[in-house]
Design a protein around this ligand. Structure first.
Ligand SMILES: [Zn+2]
Length: 284
């Protein structure tokens, strides 16, 4: 589909909520974004022995992925995160993208500030993107469960999670679509699955069959997500991960404070459990 429009990144760049809605009217010419760019062709995007993907955990569900020329923050909850560890400056240095699993404050976190500060695109479900746009975030790339977007050098797929997604401000709830997990794929890099917040569900088998993720971040803290024992069961029953990083624990006092239950459940399994030091990148 050829469109007579100026090029933009793979994300929408908007002049506000109304402009974005205008852009999405069916049959109307796209003013800001083109869809006639070639399909995912990560030229020169090759892994090598000395540049493995690196993953940094900042506490709770906040991670940074570094691979080749990409620096991707997932669920950057820094301010107010009782479990935050690391350096915010390092976390946003050279940032290229922000990805969000769902619209809870412990996952959207510092997204508005970081997006404005760095002008990087935010990839999230449609409702979360609209909410962010209403807060003045201009570069958004809305999607929904089952969809894949080309981020120029890697793709993001939003997959199912059994959870909820809403923000509350001044006593008013904004329901922000469905929660999800994120599959990040890049040529010659391990496929990464940030599971988001969820319980175990049997369609995890389909996610494994379709995407074959090799590295995963899995919530284990109980109360709001599956606990360590069930998370271990999910990993062992449905996936063939090379390595798994537990998350969503050790932050708020009402969830589990250690990964011990998960580590115990994974004992003896071929999937390597990585419990990273916060703020310290690990190779995967
Ligand atoms: Zn959460």
């Amino acid at each position: 589909m050829a469109l007579a429009s100026p090029p933009c990144s793979s994300s929408f760049e908007t002049g506000g909520f109304a402009a974005l809605l205008r852009m999405r009217m069916p049959g109307e010419a796209q003013e800001h974004c083109r869809f006639d760019e070639p399909a995912y062709t990560p030229a020169g995007f090759r892994n090598s022995e000395d540049s493995p993907m690196r993953i940094t955990w900042y506490g709770h569900s906040a991670f940074r992925l570094d691979f080749k020329d990409k620096a991707v923050l997932i669920d950057p909850f820094f301010t107010g995160n009782p479990g935050f560890g690391g350096d915010r400056k390092d976390a946003v240095k050279g940032l290229t993208h922000i990805l969000l699993t769902h619209g809870h404050s412990d996952h959207i976190g510092d997204t508005v500030d970081i997006a404005k500060e760095t002008n990087v695109p935010v990839v999230a479900n449609f409702e979360v993107c609209m909410w962010l746009n209403g807060k003045g975030v201009q570069k958004i790339d809305p999607m929904n469960i089952g969809g894949t977007t080309d981020q120029g050098g890697f793709t993001v797929t939003l997959v199912r999670a059994d959870h909820s997604s809403a923000m509350i401000e001044d006593g008013v709830f904004s329901v922000l679509g469905n929660p999800g997990g994120l599959i990040v794929k890049a040529l010659d890099e391990p496929t990464v699955y940030h599971v988001g917040d969820t319980d175990i569900f049997s369609d995890m088998a389909l996610i494994n069959e379709i995407h074959q993720p090799q590295v995963a971040m899995v919530p284990i803290g109980d109360r709001f997500t599956m606990g360590g024992k069930i998370a271990g069961m999910a990993v062992k029953r449905y996936f063939n991960f090379r390595s798994v990083i537990p998350c969503h624990y050790g932050s708020f006092p009402i969830i589990d404070q250690t990964p011990d239950k998960f580590v115990a459940e994974m004992q003896g399994h071929s999937t390597k459990v990585i419990v990273p030091e916060k703020g310290k990148a690990v190779d995967v």
